[in-house]
Design a protein around this ligand. Structure first.
Ligand code: NAD
Ligand code: IPM
Ligand code: MN
Length: 358
């Protein structure tokens, strides 16, 4: 048996409701593959901030640096400004652990109601957003000045470094090479946004190192429209931190619900733990009711298994979860059903090992 140490950070709102299902599925699938998970739970959250004045302890990152992976639910709660909760926990983990790849797969699943018309979906939708995760528009350079005065202003410099852009592009080209061989770069290169011609130049440079991949680029505004009108054409989309963020919620919406979408914040060099978290947030509007869709978090468990080197176990997680949607009417409210978080999870667990792995 191999044992992995997992740092669990449920966080706020439905973050605390979707992580237990992910762990239950991990335990069940792990047992079939000789894998054991030992969880250390951390109460880092807005509640902690309100009680103790900080989202996490001063040595928080030290406490989780040597774990094999991090599973995070969601951070953010009304009453604590988002910039406080996010800069106090989520963003430091992504940056200090050099999780510069944010991988966000999108599939329109059998049995899940997409808002798109059937003819748009007939070729199947299966693509991955590769989001740059530590620089770009989310930079620490800037701030707010002259609060409350007529001169009040806010500035933020977008930071694109050759090294930072190159590594995410190489990752995306490699991933496209392992998939259908098509890469789309999200850009805004019509010269208004100064950083984007530089991004485009690096895309063209790196493409020479990945001759097997066909690539093109689309302006982010037009790309957003094409993701809605013709999602089947995309294989891998690479984008900056902000473009990737927006595209991933858009893509999750066409796949039926943001509650289904997973994310892997990867440190590809494995110097630090990677972090797996659903794309959605703490959903204050439905928190506490036990009705959140746990699929995004369960899919995260699958991505974590892939990252830990157990893709067959990862595939089994998805087969069980997707099987529930394809073959039963059990689904949560966001997908038009009436099942609770626990009922959907129970159905997934009942299918673990029920099918042979394809
Ligand atoms: P949100 O994702 O929390 O909610 C958007 C909408 O989607 C809501 O109507 C919600 O009910 C629904 N929804 C989200 N996840 C769902 C699920 N699993 N099942 C069913 N429905 C689901 O986004 P928001 O409202 O913009 O943000 C709320 C808080 O979460 C904010 O404080 C924000 O900063 C934070 N946030 C955190 C993360 C993160 O920790 N990674 C991500 C996004 C937002
Ligand atoms: C996400 C979230 C975060 C982001 C927020 C909460 C900072 O929207 O993970 O997509 O923008 O990265
Ligand atoms: Mn987002």
């Amino acid at each position: 048996t191999t044992t992995y140490r997992i740092a669990l950070i449920p966080g706020d709102g439905i973050g605390t409701e979707v992580l237990p299902p992910a762990c239950a599925v991990l335990d069940a699938v792990g047992a079939r593959h000789g894998l054991q998970f030992s969880y250390d739970e951390f109460d880092w959250s807005c509640q902690r901030y309100l009680a103790e004045g900080a989202m996490m302890p001063a040595d928080g990152l030290e406490q989780i640096r040597h774990h094999d992976s991090i599973l995070l639910g969601a951070v953010g709660w009304p009453g604590v400004p988002d910039h406080v909760s996010l800069w106090g926990l989520l963003i430091p983990i992504r940056r200090d652990f050099r999780q510069y790849i944010n991988l966000r797969p999108i599939k329109v699943l059998d049995g899940v109601p997409s808002p798109l018309r059937p003819e748009i979906l007939k070729d199947g939708v299966d693509f991955v957003v590769v989001r740059e995760n530590v620089e770009g528009e989310y930079s620490e350079i800037g701030g707010r000045l002259n609060r409350g005065f007529p001169e009040e202003m806010a500035v933020q410099e977008a930071v694109f470094t050759r090294a930072g852009v190159t590594r995410v592009l190489d990752y995306a080209f490699d991933l496209a090479g392992q998939r259908r061989g098509v890469l789309t770069s999200a850009t805004k290169s019509n010269g208004i946004v100064h950083t984007m011609p530089f991004w485009d130049q690096l895309v063209a440079e790196r493409s020479a190192h990945h001759p097997g991949v066909r690539w093109d680029q689309e302006h982010i505004d037009a790309l957003a429209a094409k993701v809605v009108l013709d999602p089947a054409r995309f294989d891998v989309i690479v984008g900056s931190n902000l473009f990737g963020d927006i595209l991933s919620d858009l893509a999750a919406a066409i796949a039926g619900s943001i509650g289904t979408a997973p994310a892997a914040n990867l440190n590809p060099e494995r110097e630090f733990p990677s972090m797996f978290e659903p794309v959605h947030g703490s959903a204050p509007d439905i928190a506490g009711q036990g009705v959140a869709n746990p699929l995004g978090a369960i899919w995260c468990a699958s991505m974590m298994l892939d990252h830990l080197g157990h893709p067959e176990a990862g595939a089994e997680v998805l087969q069980a979860a997707f099987g529930v949607l394809a073959e039963t009417s059990v689904r949560t409210r966001d997908l038009g059903g009436t099942a609770t978080t626990a009922e959907f999870t129970r159905e997934v667990l009942s299918r673990v090992g029920a099918h042979s792995v394809v």
